[in-house]
Design a binder for this molecule. Structure first.
Ligand code: CMC
Length: 436
């Protein structure tokens, strides 16, 4: 962190002494006011529920410029990564800070590939779930359970353990997601095939059966790989902050990532792709394109509680750059599968057009986010809606680990312990039950 020459001065209208606060500059993005000594010197906390103005850490991994609609992993624009690199190269970049050269890439791919199988006992654990369990419920359990299977990589303070846990998590997530899917549809689990690429292997485990090989379609594999790249990291979002906070207690990496999976499930976060597609299906059922006007009126009515899912973002106040890339992929996949006239896609296009021109959305800077399109792509590939968020979790795992490892390696790292503004009852005495 680079200190700025400028200082912030905090003054109080009741005449209490003012306080100078240091300011730090990042490489890009807003400066931060360092308030670490504020409580010690003034006895006051800051108040920022939802972290609207709070940088919870310093980080070198991902940068988002919400006004420009820019996303950089380790300095590289998402557009360049999505068109020039594959997912495992992106993983290497997020974990190590630099893109791999040929040898480094081969070595990394080999390491990940060697860890794709899960302990056979995991399937008995999985079999304890109901077949109709939500895949995110299953995944939260399975990822947490990894710590019961891989004891040699659970010490978060040991850099070697952290490295092995990272590789294991990246390698095993596709296997676990595919297992959760196979279990739900009542098909036998398909073991990983190490001669396939990461994304091919995932699709193979999803769609192959013992009686039929899965024929890999390059366009669909590229689309899957792009979904993974676009979701790989997104700086200090809710699930990543959850992973950091959870990991800050010194818990093992599998437990911390399981906490991230649980957080991601919510419809305001990773659950939005599922919610966006469910919304499109519901509009379609209720009259389709003809009824968009009615739906938009509901969205604008604050009392309706209806939101246009897949629109809006806490940070992007411009078009989400991931949405642009996903929109492109959406066209490619639908063309490849001959689904250009897919009614849900047409509906999504019509909704997008209206929302981009409507004053309600324009004035609030609400643009489509990545989830608006990723659902349509996944559905076209044959992935059931209930699995969308699990696929997001698979892709985000590398980001969570990179962020967790960055935190543990930071000499300033401390257990996360927010404070509060207490507005409840003051100290009082219990009355005997007859007098209450
Ligand atoms: N539909 C209708 N109105 C909206 C929407 C929406 N999707 N999103 C925000 N607004 C309105 C909101 O009602 C508020 O209006 P007003 O100023 O009149 O009160 C204004 O826009 C600002 O919204 P906010 O709720 O203060 O914004 P936020 O930063 O707290 O919330 C959000 C961001 C993503 C939770 C929200 O936009 C949302 O719920 N979107 C739909 C869910 C979604 O698509 N989430 C995926 C995010 S991208 C994937 C990921 O990174 O996890």
């Amino acid at each position: 962190m680079t200190p700025s020459d400028v200082k912030a001065t905090l003054s109080f209208s009741d005449g209490s002494p003012s306080m100078d606060l240091p300011i730090f500059k990042g490489t890009v993005g807003p400066d931060v006011i360092d308030i670490r000594k504020l409580y010690g010197q003034t006895g006051k906390f800051t108040y920022d529920p939802g972290f609207l103005s709070t940088a919870s850490c310093n980080s070198t991994i991902t940068y988002i410029d919400g006004d420009k609609g820019e996303l950089l992993y380790r300095g590289y624009p998402i557009e360049q990564l999505a068109t020039n690199c594959d997912f495992l190269e992106t993983c290497y970049l997020l974990l190590n800070g630099e893109l791999p050269n040929g040898t480094q890439k081969d070595d990394f791919v080999k390491r990940v590939t060697n860890h794709t199988m899960v302990n056979e006992q995991m399937q008995f654990f999985l079999r304890g779930f109901r077949r109709d369990a939500h895949p995110m419920a299953v995944l939260t359990g399975l990822v947490g359970a990894l710590s019961a299977f891989y004891h040699d990589s659970t010490d978060i303070n040991n850099p070697e353990h952290r490295q092995v846990a990272a590789i294991r998590l990246i390698a095993k997530m596709p296997t676990l997601v595919a297992m959760a899917y196979k279990y739900a549809v009542g098909q036998p689990f398909v073991y990983p095939k190490n001669n396939l690429s990461y994304s091919e292997n995932f699709m193979h485990m999803m769609f192959a059966t013992p009686c039929e090989e899965y024929k890999v379609n390059d366009v669909l594999v590229r689309a899957m790989d792009r979904i993974f790249i676009l979701h790989a990291d997104h700086e200090q979002n809710a699930s990543t902050s959850t992973v950091r906070l959870c990991g800050s207690s010194g818990t093992n990496p599998f437990a911390a990532i399981a906490a991230g999976v649980a957080c991601l499930w919510g419809p305001a976060h990773g659950g939005a792709n599922e919610a966006a597609l469910t919304m499109l299906e519901e509009i379609q059922r209720n009259g389709g394109i003809e009824k968009i006007g009615e739906f938009i009126s509901q969205v604008k009515d604050k009392n309706s509680g209806v939101k246009l899912m897949g629109f809006g973002h806490r940070v992007y106040k411009n078009y989400d750059p991931r949405a642009k890339l996903m929109r492109e992929t959406c066209h490619e996949v639908l063309n490849e599968l001959g689904l250009q006239n897919d009614p849900l896609f047409k509906l999504a296009m019509a909704l997008e057009k209206i929302a981009l021109e409507d004053e309600y959305f324009v004035s609030r800077k609400l643009y489509p986010n990545v989830d608006f399109y990723s659902g349509i792509v996944q559905r076209a590939i044959g992935i059931p809606v209930s699995l969308f968020t699990a696929i997001f979790a698979l892709a985000r795992t590398v980001g969570w680990i990179a962020q967790l490892n960055e935190m543990i390696g930071d000499p300033e790292y401390k257990i996360g312990r927010p404070r509060q503004l207490f507005v409840g009852a003051e100290k009082r005495d219990i009355k005997p039950i007859a007098e209450r």
